[in-house]
Design a protein. Structure first.
Length: 326
């Protein structure tokens, strides 16, 4: 039997009872595979890696070594949440790496989107490799591979499978979620006790805010993206749109416009709001956000986020626009 093929008669995990049965089965399989050896995991804080981490902690405890790399391109509060949930609440063996300056220095002056993506991906691999080489007794690499990754990429999820690691780091893979779809992963995450804010986190691109700070990334504009995004997410949650809208975020382009602040002329950035719904990410429709809410969000962003004097709402479906701007 192909271990990377989901059996036709496999029951979909839709309830807590089914999730508990899956967890019990995987705990036994992980323990049998790993024995008394150590497992390394790149813990981004996204849904897949978080559920894998929680599952492995349940199975092997401190034999799991989680590495969380903060590259400075995460959303507001995400690095802190990873530390709080996994180190403080789950007592995980967590290594936190502050690599913000390292990443942002490498990205300085780089405008082309694909080049930014390559720099972020390559630098992450290097940081992860450095941390891996500091550790002894690691024989396994855990991944948040899920079934759509296998269907779409022939079994390799470059995002999690730190695929550029040197050949001398011969890790055996541990992929306990590889036959699950995303909705099933969320049910398992809930059963493992992960917070809703982590289990139901909306999709987030691998390069993070690096592709929402358009053009060459600057630290002040990156911070404006992070703060405006936090306001948007807070207001959507308050107004019942969290969970209803598939993806929503802010973008700040690399140009400024004239405005008026405190009775004086200002020359600052615009913030673009994006809110879309989709089933497969191949096409997307724009959420019909109430105008009064858009006005309130605009008021908050222009008053609370330094360097911003204008807010725009992106009305473009996919096609013709992609979901992300870069």
């Amino acid at each position: 039997m192909d271990n990377n093929k989901r059996p036709d008669d496999m029951v979909r995990i839709t309830t807590n009872e089914l999730a508990e049965a899956f967890i019990e089965e995987q705990v036994k399989e992980i323990q049998a595979q790993v024995g008394d050896k150590k497992v390394l995991l790149a813990l981004s804080g996204g849904v897949d890696s978080s559920v894998v981490a929680a599952l492995l902690i349940k199975a092997i405890g401190k034999q799991l070594v989680c590495v969380h790399v903060n590259h400075g391109l995460l959303r507001k509060g995400e690095p802190e949440q990873v530390v709080e949930v996994f180190r403080n609440q789950m007592d995980a063996n967590l290594i936190y790496v502050d690599a913000i300056d390292r990443f942002l220095d490498k990205l300085e002056g780089v405008e082309e989107p694909e080049q930014k993506r390559k720099i972020i991906g390559a630098e992450f691999i290097r940081v992860f490799e450095e941390e891996a080489r500091k550790l002894e007794g690691i024989e396994f690499l855990a991944q948040g591979t899920i079934y759509p990754d296998i269907l779409e990429s022939d079994g390799v999820k470059a995002h999690h499978n730190v695929g550029g690691l040197p050949e001398d780091l011969q890790f055996e893979l541990v992929e306990p979620l590889k036959l699950l779809f995303k909705d099933e992963v969320r049910v398992v995450g809930k059963a493992l006790g992960l917070p809703d804010g982590m289990v139901y986190r909306q999709p987030f691109p691998g390069p993070g805010l690096g592709v929402r700070c358009l053009g060459a990334i600057t630290r002040d504009r990156l911070e404006a993206v992070r703060e405006s995004d936090a306001i948007l997410r807070e207001e959507f949650a308050k107004n019942g749109l969290e969970g209803k809208v598939w993806q929503y975020f802010t973008v700040i382009p690399d140009f400024k416009s004239v405005g008026v602040k405190d009775g004086k002329r200002s020359f600052e950035w615009p913030v673009i709001l994006r809110a879309v719904n989709t089933k497969d990410a191949m096409t997307a429709t724009v959420e019909d956000v109430p105008f009064s809410l858009l006005q309130h969000i605009t008021d908050r962003i222009t008053k609370e986020v330094p360097g911003v004097n204008r807010v725009c709402f992106d009305l473009t479906p996919k096609p013709t626009g992609t979901i992300e701007w870069e």
